[in-house]
Design a protein around this ligand. Structure first.
Ligand code: AMP
Ligand code: MG
Length: 414
């Protein structure tokens, strides 16, 4: 049984990112939210594109106004008005000022902005009552970014600000990694699809739905393959097909030690290398991870045999599969789940051999966050209580946490 941290490291080490040369596509900018840049974006533009004013006021020559004080103000002649968007071309001469507005281009010859609040205007004359510092309130051309240098790095996930930068750089399309393909397979004689009549002893294949939702939320393309009965031949064929179609395969069920748990044996028969066959995590101990060589690529196919219990399948997805999918998708960093520290609302029991993940509600309070277990019991089959949770508290092996003590919490659905 591998400790959770070792299992995490092993899985991330086995995960090879998509190839930025081949595994890429071009998408319109408005469809690029959440996608990951496959190449750095380089712009031929300086940012700002030209010297411009950061304030409403007057563009001046610093030499003209450097001695201004309330007692000995300086008077300048206002020779032009420059609203944002106009292109001043006449150079400012000694003794002259230009009325200017935020974002407007500085005229040639001007080097400093005097803010409106430090001036008084009468007709064509402006009185400067206070000397600005040199180059005050000028946003200089190229001071944010120089043309030709990478504007945004490869491996970055595109959110609103980055998409705005791409728009500003006049990129109507953007080259991103393709979405990873993730096959989803359920195993079990007891499983039926939600639209089929439920016979005694049967169970709806809810894991298929949970996993397809999670895969989609992680930014990958789910390939839902349905459920397969616990018959070695059928299962072998289904697993072989899944491996041939996807970058990652997620199966659920059939990885415990029961008589009908065939997955691990089939993975070996199909030429897979099993890297993990049990993890010291509760729930989720039977997690099985294997790799399969891919004929056409240097990257191998990753196989996660998740436990069948619905909560166990989800917990192991959040803890292990989601980070691996983020790395595979080309994201340069921040694959890890999001953690916060919170105050435990109740006593949180530990397990003697496994790290425990207890589901509950994380809410902000005056100290930071508070974590409370959901009502309804912590049974790894109880999806209904999990559906009320937004976080998992992590209780280290053999170290219970008392009410009021800090506990590390992993955000889910984040
Ligand atoms: P297994 O890991 O195959 O022994 O499955 C453990 C338990 O999880 C089974 O007894 C089922 O109750 C449940 N289970 C397995 N697969 C699914 C699934 N796809 N959807 C919902 N529950 C499942
Ligand atoms: Mg089963």
């Amino acid at each position: 049984m591998l400790p959770v941290d070792c299992a995490y490291t092993t899985i991330l080490d086995l995960t090879q990112p998509l190839d930025p040369q081949y595994d890429r596509e071009t998408v319109p900018l408005l469809a690029a939210a959440g996608r990951i840049l496959a190449a750095p974006v380089i712009s031929p533009l300086d940012f700002p594109h030209w010297d411009n004013s950061a304030m409403d006021g007057y563009a001046v020559r610093y030499a003209d106004v450097q001695t201004a004080t309330p007692d000995r103000p300086v008077q300048l002649t206002v020779v032009m008005e420059i609203p944002a968007g106009s292109h001043p071309q006449t150079p400012l001469q000694a003794g002259q000022a230009a009325r200017i507005f935020t974002g407007a281009m500085l005229p040639p010859g001007a080097d400093t902005i005097v803010i409106q609040e430090h001036t008084q205007r009468q007709g064509d004359t402006v009185t400067i009552q206070q000397a600005p510092y040199p180059q005050a309130f000028v946003r200089h051309q190229g001071s944010f970014h120089r043309a030709g240098a990478p504007l945004l790095p490869a491996g970055m996930q595109l959110q609103a600000a980055a998409i705005a930068v791409l728009a500003a750089a006049q990129c109507p399309q953007v080259t991103v990694y393709r979405r990873p393909r993730v096959a989803i397979l359920s195993t079990g004689d007891e499983l039926v699809a939600p639209d089929r009549p439920l016979q005694p002893g049967q169970l709806v294949d809810s894991n298929q739905y949970a996993l397809a939702t999670l895969v989609q939320q992680t930014g990958a393309n789910p390939l839902p393959l349905g459920s397969v009965p616990d018959r070695p031949d059928t299962l072998r064929a289904a697993i072989a097909q899944a491996i041939s179609q996807a970058d990652v395969v997620l199966s659920s069920g059939g990885v415990s030690v029961g008589d009908y748990d065939y997955v691990a044996q089939i993975l070996t028969e199909l030429g897979g290398t099993i890297a993990i066959n049990a993890v010291a995590i509760k729930p989720g101990k039977p997690l099985t991870v294997a790799t399969f060589p891919t004929p056409a690529s240097a990257r191998s196919t990753l196989y996660f045999g998740l436990p069948g219990n619905p909560v166990s399948a989800l917990v192991t997805y959040w803890r292990f599969v989601q980070p691996a999918l983020k790395k595979l998708a080309g994201l340069a960093n921040t694959w890890e789940p999001t953690w916060v520290w919170a105050t435990a609302h109740q006593d949180l029991p530990s397990d003697q051999r496994r790290e425990s993940y207890l589901w509950g509600g994380l809410t902000p309070d005056t100290q930071g966050y508070r974590f409370a277990l959901v009502a309804g019991g912590h049974n790894s089959g109880n999806l209904i209580s999990l559906a009320q949770a937004n976080a998992l508290a992590i209780v280290p092996v053999g170290t219970p946490i008392a009410a009021g003590e800090p506990v590390r919490v992993m955000l889910i659905n984040a």
